[in-house]
Design a protein around this ligand. Structure first.
Ligand code: ADP
Ligand code: 5GP
Length: 204
């Protein structure tokens, strides 16, 4: 029996802070937690899988979804549009699954207005130098891309005030434990568990 719909968790970070590393491990390890699959107009990168990494759609399809109110939030970043599908998200939450959204800060703040009880987590790098080092050692981005991402980091960091939790990713293990604890603590919060307590009361 589902007493309540699932929880929404949002994770944002400056590129290179370790968000993907932490988030992928979480959805592999924590039961009933799934990744949100966003819609995007950017083309798939080598190795990316349709309906798994993103729903890859064209501009006309994206426009139609915007017109129909099909997005909980959407943004334009790095020259492409990205959005969280309303139906997709609601269907998952209705089954009681918790959904983790990996989205950038502007969209995250819009999502918070649409879903006020979303739990928002921001990953902090230990220093500006380590962020650059991580981006370079990841080896996935050109010098130009790295420069754009570092420029953007300041903007992202300025918005971290709006988040519920700031997880410092210096020691990876510690950061992971904190992130996982946030998920478990949210699941046990009074607001979320109240329907269970009510059901129990009715048995007496
Ligand atoms: P993001 O998704 O935030 O852009 P990634 O998860 O891809 O960042 O991490 C960027 C790079 O930093 C990767 O090479 C990853 O292995 C490394 N990394 C992540 N967390 C740590 C950490 N705590 N200490 C050292 N390196 C890390
Ligand atoms: P990438 O092109 O590297 O996959 O993603 C670029 C940025 O878009 C990342 O910061 C990612 O978190 C963000 N992003 C991906 N999907 C969405 C979405 O649906 N909404 C918003 N607001 N940002 C998204």
């Amino acid at each position: 029996m589902i007493d309540h719909p699932g929880n929404v968790f949002v994770v944002s970070a400056p590129s290179g802070a370790g968000k993907s590393t932490l988030a992928h491990r979480l959805v592999r390890t924590v039961p009933n937690l799934i990744f949100s699959i966003s819609f995007t107009t950017r083309r798939p990168r080598p190795g990316e899988v349709e309906d798994q990494d993103y729903f890859f759609i064209d501009d006309a399809q994206f426009d139609a979804m915007v017109r129909e109110g099909g997005f909980v939030e959407w943004v334009q970043v790095y020259g492409h549009r990205y959005g969280t599908g309303r139906d997709w998200l609601n269907r998952r939450l209705a089954t009681g699954l918790d959904v983790l959204l990996d989205i950038e800060t502007t969209g995250a703040l819009n999502l918070r207005r649409a879903i006020p009880d979303a739990r928002m987590i921001f990953i902090l790098p230990p220093s500006a130098a380590s962020l650059e080092h991580r981006l370079r050692s990841r080896g996935k981005d050109s010098d130009e891309q790295i420069r754009i991402r570092l420029d953007h980091a300041r903007h992202e960091l300025e918005l971290c005030d709006a988040y519920d939790y700031l997880v410092l990713n210096d020691d990876l293990e510690l950061a992971y434990q904190q992130f996982e604890s946030i998920i478990h603590a949210t699941r046990a919060s009074r607001e979320r568990m109240a329907p269970v307590a009510q059901r129990l009361l009715k048995e007496y």
